[in-house]
Design a protein around this ligand. Sequence first.
Ligand code: OKP
Ligand code: ZN
Length: 393
Amino acid sequence: SSRKKKIEQLQAQIGQLQAQVELLGSKLIPALESPARIKAIIQSIKDSSKHDLRTITASDEDQTTTVSLAKATHSTDYLSHVQNVFKQWRDKGLVEQHESVLPECFRLQNIANAKPKPPKDIFARAGYYAFDMSTGISQNSWKSIIASANLGVQAAQLLLPSPTPDTTTDDDERPKSVLALCRPPGHHCTGTQAGGYCYINNIALSITTLRHFSPPAKKTRRPSNPHFASTSTLKFAVLDLDFHHGNGTQEMFYTDPNVLYVSIHGEDEFPYYTGGADETGPPAPDAASGTNLNLPLAAGATFEAYTGKLKEALQLIQNFKADYLLVSLGFDTFHLDPLGKFDIKSEDYEVMGRQVRTALKDLPAAILLEGGYVIDRLGENLLNFLRGWEGAE
Ligand code: OKP
Ligand code: ZN
């Protein structure tokens, strides 16, 4: 198959690459999630000259804000682990400069100790704060993670209404939707564990940002988190279109009645232990009951099968009456993707983009990039999605 050929091609590259490798089953391959993905997309967007492309370099102040918001989204000990573990391993000679920190043993379920503490040994801690071996931490990881997270913050901020509601001029200028070319992706990591190439949940961070900076009109009296007086009752719908189930996003909002998480993904695929259709939120009469919808699709699913699920997803989101839409957009649903098993073609992304935007036209939307690993087709697929989306706006 073409996917098998793709993997053979990838393996042929190993000779030239010493670092930045990962295991795909039993095969060592170059890291699929790489800066080349974003470079290729940017080049295609520039070539098309159809979009307002902005390069956002996080200032020191932006970085401080992003880290503060990240601390309201993830546990602080997890974040400082991700930030510092490479240097800590390096200082002990546990990792070379060009290598990555990878876990040896994962945190496991333990009947005697339901909530194990982080191990004292920095070597052991790698597996406490991760759930797979595809999420190494290297010299420059933190820089990329914060740059990616910062895009989640900036995308959210661009959607915010102007702080003074009387001056409508500013409001007219705010975009209806924003696409952030995040990498690394975010939807797999939880509040306390990295996994699936994800370290900070960029979607969750966008929601934290919108809650934190929204004008007080919709605020209630009760502060809900210790880091910010984020007391908003805004409602958010998350539509996850990546091939993989966004277990991290699901987990972070599973008991939150104001966030609806909807995902279409490969059935029984990575991350394997989540994503079932029976995961619908806490049982009734909990207010969050029914605010989670998983729509798994079997391997080989055609775009026709996909659009059937998409209609269901869009219907539920319409009924939820959210204030904002967040889209986890992955292009690993593409038929040639080495990590995907759907039969979706390039031209289908235009239809997909149009269907989503047509159904949810009124919602300010932040689209955040997740996966997609056929580098030389990413730009084309993304431009198609945007053409459909913008055609519906
Ligand atoms: C991230 B995203 C090879 C196996 C890959 C991780 C898949 C992560 C997908 N090491 N396992 O959802 O596109
Ligand atoms: Zn994916």
